[in-house]
Design a protein around this ligand. Structure first.
Ligand SMILES: Cc1cc2nc3c(=O)[nH]c(=O)nc-3n(C[C@H](O)[C@H](O)[C@H](O)COP(=O)(O)OP(=O)(O)OC[C@H]3O[C@@H](n4cnc5c(N)ncnc54)[C@H](O)[C@@H]3O)c2cc1C
Length: 411
């Protein structure tokens, strides 16, 4: 079958989106990448903490290489659901639509009353990491976050360890600055706090800090820091569980945050209209599940609270949902129930915050779509490309991807 008159719309151009672009263009299929931001790097730029310098550069270069192709139309600054509706997208007349839009909505904190403190001293992980990655750039216009001692992170995955690390390196960097020592958060992350301090003949105790707390509802053996392969033997499973404990211990040794497991928030503590802590309850772990122990509620004071309990896809008007995720027929094809030839790829439906998992999933779905789901005889390319030109014009994009990247590159 000739792919000459086929064009696939891809929403989001990051890891999953650019992988789909690659698979499709390799098969001679035209793509239009519709991206909400000026540049299509997604969590590579805004999620992965900025100390992953090498990985970030490598992934961004790969994304650029894949999007900067004759067979690809790029549409920046266009958010589906805000600037262009899901209905318009489906009716645009493309051969298929791939939703590679990631998971940008933080799972709601279990204690709803905390919402009124969001932006004061309560933050969700996604905006918090965004702040960390960008706040030192001259172009940053968002709110500034004041990192304070004795903050608490509620979570348990790899991202929550990153959040605890961010708090610790920010805290130490700020305290050192007050003492006339300039040590960047990146240097502190690279060397680890004890080693970095030793170079100035200082110890953690000298700083007089309490440090950050990471709290997890189950026990360390159940933390999703390493995954147990399906059908793993008991021996393999035990090894993974031990690895989880090791990952946590190594991070604690290097960044000195505190950790407590088998506990979860059930309330907030307020004083004079301010959030000053959390009401916690102790948990048993039964069959790897957290079961709260009645009568063990206790109030603990914290200076700030960061919720790092997972990210889910943002709801988009016209996009069928099943609870908090997109309504898919199955994970293998990513096909969305109730929409014709629309498929989810990558983090938007895998539920796993992992580059490789996102890429592998997108590859599989893109190949499936290319080989099985493109309409016979193709689509009206002229009509679709005219609409794309309109969108590009509205976004102020003139069609030269590398010039656009150069003009919008961050420091
Ligand atoms: C703190 C943290 C640490 C991490 N550490 C690691 C790690 O060490 N190793 C690892 O493998 N993974 C890590 N990850 C996860 C990894 O970064 C992501 O899983 C991966 O980058 C997701 O890729 P994606 O393309 O599926 O989604 P995203 O990167 O989220 O891309 C989605 C794209 O769609 C765009 N978009 C979203 N909505 C719309 C819309 N409505 N219209 C148009 N465009 C839209 C976005 O701007 C973005 O460009 C980490 C994540 C976090 C948050």
């Amino acid at each position: 079958m000739s792919n000459e008159n086929q064009i696939v719309a891809i929403v989001g151009g990051a890891v999953a989106g650019s992988e789909a672009v690659y698979q499709l263009t390799e098969r001679g299929i035209r793509c239009v990448v519709i991206e909400q931001n000026d540049l299509p790097y997604g969590k590579i730029e805004d999620g992965l903490p900025k100390w992953h310098t090498k990985q970030r550069k490598k992934q961004m270069a790969l994304i650029n290489e894949r999007v900067d192709q004759e067979l690809v139309d790029f549409v920046p600054n266009t958010k589906i659901g805000r600037d262009y509706s899901m209905g318009d997208l489906v009716n645009m007349g493309c051969s298929a639509v791939l939703m590679a839009n990631g998971a940008w909505k933080d799972r709601g904190f279990p204690v709803k009353e905390i919402a009124k403190y969001e932006g004061d001293n309560f933050y969700y992980q996604n905006p918090f990491v965004y702040w960390f990655n960008h706040h030192e750039q001259s172009t940053y216009e968002g709110e500034q976050i004041d990192v304070t001692d004795n903050a608490v992170v509620i979570g348990g995955g790899l991202a929550s360890i990153d959040v605890a690390k961010i708090l610790q390196v920010e805290l130490v960097s700020n305290v050192l600055k007050e003492r006339g020592i300039e040590l960047s958060t990146l240097e502190l992350e690279h060397k680890g706090i004890p080693k970095a301090l030793a170079e100035f003949d200082l110890t953690w105790e000298d700083l007089g800090l309490q440090g950050t707390y990471l709290l997890y509802r189950r026990n360390v053996r159940n933390m999703p820091l390493a995954s147990i392969p399906e059908g793993a033997s008991a021996e393999k499973e035990e090894k993974v569980r031990q690895t989880r404990a090791k990952i946590l211990q190594n991070a604690q040794n290097k960044y000195l945050f505190r950790f407590k497991d088998q506990t979860q928030p059930v309330g907030i503590i307020e004083e004079d209209g301010k959030l000053v802590g959390l009401r916690m309850i102790e948990n048993d772990v039964i069959n790897n599940k957290a079961v709260s122990k009645a009568g063990t509620e206790n109030d603990v004071k914290y200076s700030m609270v960061i919720s790092s309990i997972g990210s889910i896809p943002e709801p988009i008007d016209g996009m069928p949902m099943e609870w908090s995720t997109y309504d898919i027929k199955d994970l293998e094809t990513g096909e969305i129930n109730g929409l014709d030839n629309v498929f989810g790829v990558g983090n938007s439906i895998t539920g796993k915050g992992n580059i490789r998992v996102s890429r592998d999933h997108s590859r599989e779905v893109a190949i499936y779509v290319a080989e099985n789901r493109l309409p016979d005889g193709g689509v009206d390319m002229d009509a679709v490309r005219m609409e794309i030109k309109e969108l590009q014009k509205k976004a102020g994009y003139e069609g030269n991807y590398s010039a656009w990247v150069a003009a919008n590159a961050r420091e």
